[in-house]
Design a protein around this ligand. Structure first.
Ligand code: ATP
Ligand code: MG
Length: 325
């Protein structure tokens, strides 16, 4: 578990209530950690508006400096200026601002790479029209594509600061990175922590009796508990207090979501973007996707870092020759 530091943060804002919560959280974390804060607002002329303009002024180019383009550009400038003023009101020393004409997901993901953000902070919902969704397309897109940790805020003013961290710890490298970063954030917030490992129901092997199957599962869980204790010690060193450790036979997303909901005070859920599941093609695993979509409060996702090529070949070799190694 490497000691992730928070030196640079990128706040993405569209001026929505969830983005305002994200701004407060980014301001708090920057004050606590001394991190440099960047703020980005991306804007585009919606296709329908440019089509309408093209029909009204068929001889004028729509891009460049058309009236519609100028109106959207000015609105975006005003929005970013208001967000900056709010950040300075919240006591942030200095902010680097980025106004980008382009698709928000690409703008946020690319800028996070350029400024080497240690954390992207954004709201769960924005100003989009579909009020029933809990997750907007920008936050979901950033969570899926960013190669940097992402903190998605929701749940209103009462959701932050978290009193508890609920960390999904399945033994994967991504989960370890999520745990490290969550512990740093949790320390700044004075939070307690639970490290939870959901264990799958193991199918019976051929010729195995149910009692033998149970014994094998108990043994596997005992080994998982020992491994989790080691992780708990590393989290304790960063958090400043001992985390609770839970190894349970359950569906992982269900275990994490219910652990976040039971207990006193707001919780921050932290997961790795990919666990140990078999679908290596996908950037975000099914547990992190479910947690991100269904949690009532904030979610921290550590990005997937593929194994170095040499390690992948080594792993593939082991999978191809499971007996001989
Ligand atoms: P949709 O846009 O898919 O209809 P939505 O508007 O409800 O849904 P998102 O757009 O995903 O939700 O907004 C989630 C968060 O992403 C916002 O709270 C904000 O932090 C960030 N965000 C959204 N749009 C932009 C943008 N244009 N520039 C920067 N950040 C943005
Ligand atoms: Mg939106």
């Amino acid at each position: 578990m490497t000691a992730a530091t928070l030196r640079t943060m990128l706040l993405a804002t569209d001026g929505s209530p969830d983005a305002a919560l994200a701004a407060r959280v980014a301001a708090d974390l920057c004050r606590e950690t001394g991190a440099t804060l960047h703020v980005v607002h991306a804007w585009q002329v919606p296709t329908l508006a440019s089509q309408a303009e093209a029909r009204a002024y068929p001889d004028e180019p729509v891009t460049g400096h058309s009236a519609v383009y100028e109106a959207y550009a000015q609105r975006a400038e005003r929005l970013l200026a208001e967000q900056l003023a709010a950040l300075y009101d919240a006591g942030v020393g200095s902010v680097r601002e980025h106004l980008v004409n382009g698709h928000p997901v690409a703008a946020i993901v690319d800028l996070a790479a350029v400024v080497q953000a240690d954390l992207i902070v954004l709201g769960s919902r924005g100003l989009g029209p579909v009020g029933r969704l809990v997750l907007g397309s920008v936050s979901e897109g950033v969570a899926h594509h960013a190669a940097r940790p992402v903190l998605v805020l929701r749940g209103g003013a009462a959701a932050w600061p978290p009193r508890r961290l609920v960390i999904g710890a399945d033994g994967s490298a991504d989960a370890d990175r999520a745990a490290t970063l969550a512990a740093r954030i949790g320390r700044a917030c004075g939070a307690t922590a639970t490290l939870a490992h959901a264990f799958p129901e193991l199918p019976l092997l051929p010729f195995e009796t149910p009692a033998e199957g149970r014994a094998r599962r108990d043994e596997a869980m005992r080994r998982a508990e020992v491994a989790l204790e080691g992780r708990a010690q590393r989290v304790e060193a960063l958090l400043g207090r001992r985390p609770e450790v839970r190894v349970v036979v359950a569906d992982p997303a269900h275990l994490l979501l219910s652990a976040a909901e039971q207990g006193d005070g707001p919780a921050l859920l932290a997961v790795g973007s990919r666990g140990l599941g078999p679908l290596q093609r996908f950037w975000l695993g099914s547990t992190s996707t479910k947690v991100l979509r269904a949690a009532h409060g904030p979610v921290l996702i550590a990005p997937h870092q593929p194994l170095p090529v040499a390690a992948q070949e080594h792993d593939a070799g082991r999978a191809a020759h499971p007996v001989g190694g």
